[in-house]
Design a protein around this ligand. Sequence first.
Ligand code: UD1
Ligand code: CA
Length: 463
Amino acid sequence: MERYGAVILAAGKGTRMKSNYCKVLHAVAGRPMLGYVLDAVRNLRLEKICVVVGHQADDVVHRFDSSDLNFVIQEPQMGTGHAVKQCSKLFQGFSGHVLIMCGDTPLVTPQLLSDFISFHESRSSKLTVLTTRLENPFGYGRVDVDDHGIVLRIVEERDSDQIEKLIKEINTGIYLVQSQLLFDLLENLKNDNDQNEYYLTDLISEAHGANVRPLAFHTEQDTVVVGVNSRNDLAKVNSLMWNSIRNRLMSEGVTLLDPGTFYPDGDVTIGFDTTICPNVMISGSSSIGEECYIEPGCVINDSTIGNRVRILSGSKLDKVEVDSDVFIGPMAHLRPETKIGRRVKIGNFVEIKKSIVGVGSKASHLTYLGDSQIGENVNIGCGTITCNYDGKTKHPTIIEDRCFVGSDVQFVAPVRVGSGSVIGAGSTITKDVPKNSLAVARSKQKVFPLRFGQGLATKNEDR
Ligand code: UD1
Ligand code: CA
């Protein structure tokens, strides 16, 4: 096998995205699109990978910094040909071939790239362009290929005439070029086009001038080479990516009631016989166990969920760990650093932050637990609030095993309730409660007789 290196172009601003953020950092199924391109290229185990950065270079480097990547700055950004040229030093003396790709083509697969390399090698080609046919080729460079598979020229959409616009064979922006030839030809590029940029596509005419015949490698996989230039393309690529993740999950034994409205990130794993209802988002590195049931409108991020967990509609879970056989929701909000034990029930309008809830405990209604540690088999009554914040610092609330907390109780933290204790409804608990005690902290009920006319209105019209 010949020697290979890669150049990935990621310096452009992505003007057509109309964004404050550089294009290659825009997310596809939760990950910046450049990440997918890097994964596909890494899979080929090439000798070196150069990433050309320019617009918001610091952000791109910061996001992807890794010892196997060489970042090269292109400043200012004067076109795709100019971008590749910035890598000439890194390829000085390199006798192999260079795979050139764009960072805005996130659906590309390692299989397609390795087929491309095999083709290039089998023809002993010095310059090969990966092409496909699109029914709607708008925006792409059109490739003029002769009957022998030789590329005659590539013309950009904005530089093309009416006849050229009819060509449906397009340039995917993926090339293989013999390294020495590449950097020699790049020296000759001119910017006499509509954008006054140095187009990489002009390599074709330069190659003909040097008596090199550029070949086309045509793929039928027209969806994997879609490039993202606009929000519309981004939506299309996201939808293709989600579809492939959904298909994987279904093949792994997950029921999706309405696959098109489930939005999973690529790293999400879900166990056998779990059912996902419509309009659910599961993102980050979340993992959901077996036989779970996730109702409509739930959002789960970076969380680990055990088996047989029911998450009822409208609940949001972010960076939490939930053990098996748990009920959550509807409308529950579980926030980071929360751990929910087995057989716990978290009911409607319950918010939990940075707390541990022990096995078999319940907080069924309208409750806030923050910075708290709830033991096993504890009942937290409706409307309980841990007052964890004094305006400056957060303080812990500890409620030990088998406590029963009545409704509408406030725990003014820091405070600890010993095991087996009972807190009377409506109490504001400011001091520790020893174990096996009853604590009631509210004023006694007083009853006064009313004189006539002091109480509720007596006639309809007075109400
Ligand atoms: C490019 C091709 C077009 C092809 C299409 C495939 C050229 C001139 N055109 O067009 O034939 O059909 O890709 O998707 O090559 N970039 C830089 N520096 C620059 C300019 C761009 O690094 O100065 C990077 C961008 O970040 C991007 C990639 O190069 O990742 C492609 O640039 P883009 O502007 O998207 O090119 P297209 O118009 O899509
Ligand atoms: Ca593009």
